[in-house]
Design a protein around this ligand. Structure first.
Ligand code: NDP
Length: 246
């Protein structure tokens, strides 16, 4: 059985969208779940309340992924609150789209800090406290494999970086019984990329399935990777993109 009952998880960026769906799904599987957020305190506490009402355990932690100390504190707090640390889901991410000539240095720095650097800092902190059966799951993007429109160079770079990080970390942590993977969604209906938003008309024709994905579909794959049955999957990039990169 692929049980995560009794495991302890931290989902970076768990107040909305894919991260909130992952948090709910891991909690439904019996894991205790900490989520981080930056601005969405009420959304984060709503996720925690839902999980608690359903009989699960959850906490919300304000921690900007651009801040090393905040990430490290979130890992420590998860371990202290739940008595262990088994699953890290690095989901927090930002999307800035602009022609390169107009791309601001601030957006370059923010994308690198949240989408790349935070993943390294969080993985290091998690690796220091995880034991056998540990799981590190990054949320990358299909744009690491295919970038079919202009303006997304820096975002695509940030998601490609997670592929290298994942492959290298798999080598570091495999001997300890910890797996590291990157889940690479295509267009998913969230605040970042609503199915009725400005990017949809251009993206839907690129999808083999002809529709946006749902956050719960991504959460299901993350939950599978988090369980013991996925112990032989590591260093992998797993597309869940409706055929966007096909
Ligand atoms: P949303 O913008 O809908 O939600 C983002 C979540 O991350 C929120 O919980 C937000 O918290 C949190 N967050 C944002 N910045 C930070 C930060 N600096 N520190 C901590 N938390 C932060 O995004 P999605 O759910 O759509 O995306 C989640 C991940 O999936 C991202 O990495 C994204 O790149 C990736 N992805 C998304 C796709 C899509 O089509 N939606 C496609 C492919 C990949 P708060 O509420 O406080 O703002």
């Amino acid at each position: 059985l692929n049980s995560i009952q009794g495991k302890s998880a931290l989902v970076l960026g768990g107040s909305r969208g894919i991260g909130a769906a992952v948090a709910r799904r891991l909690a439904a599987g019996g894991a205790s779940v900490a989520i981080t957020y930056v601005q969405g305190a009420s959304a984060a506490h709503a996720v925690v309340d839902d999980i608690t009402k359903a009989g699960g355990r959850a906490i919300a932690i304000q921690a900007d992924s651009a801040n090393d100390t905040a990430i490290e504190a979130a890992v420590s707090k998860t371990k202290e609150s739940f008595g262990g640390f088994d699953i890290l889901v690095n989901n927090a991410g930002v999307l800035a789209i602009a022609p390169i000539e107009e791309f601001t240095t601030e957006d370059i720095d923010r994308t690198i800090a949240v989408n790349i650097r935070a993943a390294v800092i969080a993985s290091r902190a998690a690796a220091r406290v995880m034991g056998k059966g540990g799981r590190i799951i990054h949320i990358g993007s299909t744009n690491a494999e295919r970038m079919p429109f202009a303006g997304g160079a820096v975002y695509a770079m940030s998601k490609s970086a997670l592929q290298g990080l994942t492959q290298g970390l798999a080598r570091d942590l495999g001997p300890k019984g910890i797996t590291v993977n990157v889940v690479q969604p295509g267009p998913i209906d969230t605040d970042m990329n609503p199915a009725d938003g400005p990017m949809a008309a251009g993206l839907i024709p690129m999808l083999a399935v002809g529709r946006y994905g749902h956050p719960d579909e991504v959460a299901s794959l993350v939950a599978y990777l988090a369980g013991p049955e996925a112990a032989n999957i590591t260093g992998a990039g797993l597309l869940i993109d409706g055929g966007f990169a096909a």
